[in-house]
Write a new protein. Sequence first.
Length: 256
Amino acid sequence: MLTNVDVKTRVADFLGIDRTDSTLDGYIQNWENDTIREINSEEDWPYLYGERVTQGVPDKTSGTVNLTKGSGTVNGVGTNFELQDAGQKIQFSGSDDWYRVISVANSTSLQINPGYGQSTANGLTYTLRHFYYELDQDLETVISARQDISPIKIVSIHFRNFDLQLPNGDATGSPQVMYLFGRVNGNLRASLYPYADSVMNIWLRGKLRSADLTADGAEPLIPDEFRTVIVDGSIYRGMLHLNDARSTNHKLIYEA
């Protein structure tokens, strides 16, 4: 099975390049990654599609919170805030406003934005809801989605259509609609509606993103039986870089 280091070694041996030179080794890595990107863009290859799963999270409501007007600090009593709650939204009793959770210090303390807009109060109930889910890093697009709690297929719509049809949607239950909205850390971000009322797996089928290889043992999405093409393409690119007269002939080998 050809890994990243195997491809680089074959290319270096063919071209007579010393891989112990970090600069030259970097060139080879670039040739390999450029070749992989080119191959992936040539056809709608089956290996570029896959299934991933994200997990719906129900509302958090346990305990109570103390709030100070204008402050972004939320102090909880009997709460179970978690780091994964950062980036989500929280609503407090007595108001329909939602606030963004910008950070979580521990299970009883988090920060919101903007600052609390109502009068200082203690012992308020709250709803902390996961409006968005950060999807797997290698998921480039989502084609379809499903959940196993009910037989209803999850329908993908554009977020503009969601806002037009349900501008203030607040229902919880088994998700029936999903829309994508931006990226977080380079990963797709999705929202489900109704918002999940229990922990449930959401299965996603889509096109995968081929990340550049860096680690020696890394493998491309391209199946092993076709990875010699990566070697040929990398050698061809190396020949162009080195002004090697054999590049024209090797291009024919690469493209055969």
